[in-house]
Design a protein around this ligand. Structure first.
Ligand code: ARG
Length: 561
């Protein structure tokens, strides 16, 4: 419940919009007088009345109800008291009833949202640069499904291009089956890197020839290509499993090989294609952009050509409401061009294509993927984080059972949270120590809070106490926590509207902080009967809500920590 909005809706002040009023409503430092307050001196000038008079008039006209139980005018302020009991009863009842569905809705009405994320490149390293697209996309996928949409997760594989000719050439020259089978993706990548380092003109020519063979359906070249693809996908799937990432489609760029000609024809028919230095382009100068390259002078298609074909294919196949591309901001121009070309082709649905851009992730120690062949593999970052998590947990709680499993949840959670906590467009510097700080704004802090709540509930159960509602007036700490719990459904919706899983991540930290304040301020198990059961219910509701929230961003919750 957005109380500021709620009171703003009831207040009618001439010449001032509802938005302006909602913005002016504040939370007073001392909540004795009220939970929210509207300072009326802001309106004195426009209303030509004293703040005191305004507050009194507004208070007189305001009708208290189920939500706002009391309104009063004090020294030019209009004070509102929230019906705390009403909030508690409704929120706790709803969470108890809905359980793991709490926060979900049916607003999506089954409409399709296509999501293009992770979109790995075959035979290339799966590196730290793929972290954000993978976990942002995965989170949005779950969030949209949670809101009643039908999300379609698409891994638009980078499986097209001359690099596969190079790889075959390198393999034939230096590779062998047993080694590649044993070394997997790393062995393939080494072959490729060696080729780029050592290739001369003759080898480049050979590579182009192999690529042509793949294109022309040559059996051996295609078998090799499929083999490299299989190895890459088997590898990335082990990472997807750790990060809880799923896809409904693995149709990559190569799938569009025979779907580009119709696009080129349509562009020509519509008079959009122009020749420029032998290449075929769509001129975008009137829109302040460089031209979109469609065919190279040798007739080869480009990345953009395949994206045009893919967008049309997706519209025809899924009839999406929206199609999101979770891709780094370095590709801003590319997507602007592709969307514009589709618009010029008269595809009215081009307005439903969204580039969900995000910033760069680098590691604190500066090791990034710049030096040739020296990339930071995502797998290594995950493993290191899990190892560090293990050491911390082992130190804090040596007697804990299943330490490996807990470290896995904590370490992987920290990697995911590190990429999701900030507004997505920000560049991030990932620090292992910060990400694993039990007292920071971290996933492990939230997980630890969940474990604390679970432990209170387990102790209660052992003592025979059951969570139960009681008709009690929530104290300040309880009220703050209740407000946070009640805000979860709106938070999920806001995250979907802004394509910002960070809203959910921040929500987790905020709610965990409020729970810990409640835990410190209020006795739970030692409270008197009635209050005790009521607080257990609040504890249980917090655990349910935090689990749901963490689940949406792909993070698991250990029972004990
Ligand atoms: N494979 C591309 C890359 O690594 C990302 C593809 C994004 N999706 C798309 N439809 N263009 O840069």
């Amino acid at each position: 419940m957005d109380y500021k909005r709620y009171v703003a809706k009831q207040l009618k002040i001439e010449g001032i919009s509802e938005d302006e009023i909602a913005e002016a409503v504040a939370v007073p430092p001392n909540t004795e007088m009220g939970d929210y307050a509207l300072p009326c001196f802001k309106f004195a000038k426009i209303m030509r009345k004293s703040p005191v008079q305004i507050a009194e008039e507004l208070a007189g006209a305001y009708k208290a109800d189920e939500v706002i139980s009391e309104v009063s005018a004090v020294n030019g302020y209009l004070n509102f008291k929230v019906n705390r009991k009403g909030l508690a009863k409704e929120t706790l009842g709803k969470i108890k009833k809905e359980g793991e569905k709490y926060g979900s809705s049916k607003t999506g009405g089954g409409k399709v949202i296509c999501l293009d994320y992770s979109s790995v490149n075959i035979a290339k390293p799966f590196h730290i640069g793929h972290l954000s697209t993978t976990v942002l996309g995965g989170a949005l996928y779950r969030i949209f499904n949670f809101l009643g949409y039908k999300a379609v997760g698409i891994n638009h594989l980078g499986d097209y291009g001359t690099q596969f000719g190079k790889l075959i050439s390198a393999y034939k020259r230096w590779g062998n089956k047993a080694e590649v089978e044993k070394g997997g993706i790393h062995a393939i990548n080494e072959l490729y890197v060696r080729f780029t380092n050592e290739a001369d003109e003759a080898m480049e020519k050979e590579a182009r020839e192999y690529f042509r063979l793949i294109e022309n359906g040559d059996k051996e070249a295609n078998e090799l290509f499929e083999w490299f693809k299989k190895i890459t996908l088997a590898y990335v799937e082990t990472i997807y499993e750790k990060l809880h990432i799923k896809f409904d489609s693995y149709l990559g760029e190569r799938f569009y090989t025979d779907k580009m000609q119709p696009v080129v024809d349509e562009l020509r028919e519509k008079g959009l294609l122009k020749e420029s230095q032998g290449a075929q382009i769509v001129d975008l100068e009137p829109y302040g952009m460089s031209p979109c390259l469609i065919l190279r002078s040798d007739g080869a298609s480009l990345y953009a050509t395949r994206d045009l074909a893919a967008a049309i294919y997706r519209k025809n196949t899924y009839d999406f409401e929206k199609c999101l591309y979770v891709v780094a901001y370095q590709q801003n121009l590319h997507f602007k061009q592709v969307f514009k070309v589709l618009e010029l082709m008269g595809k009215e649905w081009s307005k439903d294509l969204v580039h969900v851009a995000y910033g760069m992730v680098s590691l604190e120690d500066g090791a990034m993927s710049t030096r040739k062949g020296k990339v930071v593999w995502l797998e290594d970052v995950i493993n290191k984080c899990v190892e560090k998590a293990y050491r911390i947990i082992d130190e804090k709680n040596p007697a804990l059972e299943n330490k490996e499993a807990v470290a896995e949840k904590v370490g992987i959670g920290a990697v995911i949270f590190g990429a999701l906590y900030n507004n997505k467009i920000k560049d991030i510097v990932f620090s292992y120590d910060k990400a694993l700080n039990f007292e920071g704004e971290t996933s492990v802090y939230v997980q630890y809070t969940c474990a604390r709540a679970a432990s209170v509930l387990a102790k209660a159960e052992a003592a025979g106490y059951k969570p139960a509602y009681a008709d009690l007036q929530p104290c300040a700490a309880e009220f703050e926590l209740l407000k946070a719990l009640a805000a979860f459904p709106d938070t999920v919706q806001a995250a979907a509207n802004a394509y910002e899983p960070s809203f959910v991540a921040r929500y987790c930290v905020d709610t965990a902080q409020k729970f810990n304040k409640f835990y410190l301020d209020c006795k739970i198990l030692q409270a008197e009967e009635g209050t005790r059961e009521y607080r257990l219910l609040l504890t249980e509701a917090t655990l349910i809500t935090l689990k749901n929230a963490l689940g949406l961003i792909g993070i698991g919750v250990p029972e004990k920590m």
